[in-house]
Write a protein that binds this ligand. Sequence first.
Ligand code: NAP
Length: 305
Amino acid sequence: MLAWTTTPDEPSGLALSEVPDPVPQAHEVIVRVEAFAPNPGDLAALPGAPAGAVPGWDGSGVVLEPAADGTGPRAGDRVLFLGLTGGWAQKRAVSRQFLGTAPAGVSWEELATLPVPATSALRAVRRLGSVLGRRVLVVGASSAVGRAAVQIAARSGAQVVAVARDESRHREIRRLGAHETHTSPASISSRVHGAIDLIGGQHLVDAYALLEAGGTVIALGHAAGDDERFPYGAFVADLATADRSITSFFLATEPDLGDEMQYLAAAGLDIGPIDSRPWTELARWIGSGAPRGSGRVVFRVDHDA
Ligand SMILES: NC(=O)c1ccc[n+]([C@@H]2O[C@H](COP(=O)([O-])OP(=O)(O)OC[C@H]3O[C@@H](n4cnc5c(N)ncnc54)[C@H](OP(=O)(O)O)[C@@H]3O)[C@@H](O)[C@H]2O)c1
């Protein structure tokens, strides 16, 4: 089969190469990949990947071979999936726990954008406990994970407070379900039950300061790449601020995502505009700095090559 592999010999660090078909373990399904959508984690991991690796996390496609242990979807099922490697290829072995079946009406491109952003958002909202009638802060609400978190929290009954630095996106974020929008946490005046932070740096410090007693910040993303510096007093508690916490998050340690991926595929989530391209353009796109607009770039895999 053909796959994009890492190589030091190309300026982009990638070459389209002939590689052996994947060999599944008992709990893995072999899929024919129809589309994949590079996410920030993929791109950040590329420079450190060993030569000859097939990168790629998020994708969608059709089951070619069901898992040998008899679990999971059947041959011919439409699926969406994730994994830490192997996605930028014509075929891929995927663990049953990171794969969900998908309804017919959702495009390959839409499905490929969902796995990491939507499952991360769902698991983060769930970690906040019941959000019904409670204020939930989403910092970085214009990101893919942020958009998914706004929608999932709003559907769960939360009063969603959204922060996105670009004010021109606020109308759209309100359409997704946010009740309040801000360009920075600094303008938020009432405390929140919980927060999901995709940006880090000062945003994380500010999100923690906004928690009510018992509240939690999920430090899910670090898009700003900035240090966090907490001022003296940030962790001194009183009646209004006791028992607050910050927790780190890594999707790959979250087990059994398959059923939730199936739910999310059918949930009609909108995680932004899709820019669909042939997969032969991947290296050129990455070589030019992986530019994107407000949504995801998705690559359609060619099986006739
Ligand atoms: N821990 C995990 O398991 C896990 C899972 C999924 C994602 N993540 C992380 O979560 C973050 C979001 O992922 P994504 O896929 O949603 O990202 P994305 O769609 O690429 O969006 C990135 C966002 O970061 C914003 N941003 C970048 N620099 C900023 C700054 N200095 N100040 C304020 N905003 C800034 C951008 O704002 P503009 O739109 O205004 O440019 C954009 O909304 C990433 O850091 C990703 O690596 C972690």
